[in-house]
Design a protein. Structure first.
Length: 282
């Protein structure tokens, strides 16, 4: 199936990034948010990113204008009726996602594909909430979406070969490097990354070193771009805690169990950059 018009559900950090790269790739892109202030904030984030790119010489004014010309914001699901592909990037709640899919399926064509950007939920279970489980899959982008090249393409048990091939080709058309990930909690990247982050917290709890020294050790000793605590603050401690709980529920392995310190920081509202304080202050 040829994809020409793309819809994005949610204009938060991830949704705005996905909408931006879709519009940059030349697709007519319609991003839907539930309320106008949220929509304006997300579209403003896209405009700022592109304008900063022009100022730095990384984006031409013409490319910026073409991207914005391909982009439309709306608060109405009805405006997604002509979409060939709808990418859902809303809250990590099975019930909320199911309601969103139901609303979308009332307006899009039967052959349209729906995908989720979920980072933790079972894609097969999400597909089962729709009337088109064969035309459903996962496209897991990484933050910041306009910069990071990777996209995990996840097949539900019900995803057809045609749908999978269309999604893989779409990710390539965005200029991304897709990999095929299994429909298991954490997929590939988080399955490896989350235990590493949790283990860093446990090691700190057990006196291995200060937050700063552990971060410096991994940056300078392993040439990582950032240490585990800087990354935790960037991703969000609440997000990490949520994913870890889902992975532990699935696998029941100690490596996926959230450490007590992580739970307490989330309860205290120390979520990282988004709240102004996590393992570091911002």
């Amino acid at each position: 199936m040829e994809i020409r018009t793309v819809g994005v559900l949610g204009c938060g950090l991830m949704g705005a990034g996905i909408a931006q790269v879709s519009a940059q790739a030349g697709y007519t892109t319609i991003v839907r948010e539930v309320e106008q202030p949220f929509l304006e904030k997300g579209l403003g984030r896209i405009k700022k990113f592109l304008s900063d790119g022009v100022d730095k010489g990384k984006v031409t004014p013409d490319a910026r204008d073409k991207t914005l010309g391909n982009l439309k914001g709306t608060t109405s699901v009805d405006d997604l009726k002509d979409c060939d592909l709808v990418i859902e990037a809303i809250i990590e709640s099975l019930d909320e996602k199911a309601r969103a899919y139901e609303a979308v399926e009332r307006v899009v064509r039967p052959e349209a594909i729906i995908v989720s950007n979920t980072s933790s939920l079972c894609v097969t279970e999400l597909a089962a909430k729709t009337k088109r489980p064969d035309r459903f899959g996962g496209l897991h982008f990484f933050n910041p979406v306009p910069i990071l090249k990777l996209v995990e393409v996840i097949r539900a048990l019900t995803t057809s070969d045609e749908t999978y091939k269309s999604l893989y080709a779409f990710a390539q058309a965005l200029g991304k490097e897709p990999i095929t990930a299994p429909d298991k909690p954490g997929f590939i990247v988080n399955r490896l990354l989350v235990p590493y982050l949790l283990d860093a917290i446990r090691a700190h709890e057990h006196g291995l070193g200060t937050v700063e020294d552990i971060d410096k050790g991994m940056k300078l000793g392993c040439n990582y771009p950032m240490g585990p605590f800087t990354l935790l603050d960037y991703v969000g401690l609440d997000t990490t805690y949520y994913i870890a709980n889902i992975m532990f529920e699935e696998y029941r392995e100690p490596a996926y169990a959230p450490p007590p310190l992580l739970k307490r920081m989330v309860l205290a509202g120390r979520l990282g950059r988004k709240s102004g304080q996590g393992f570091y202050q911002y």
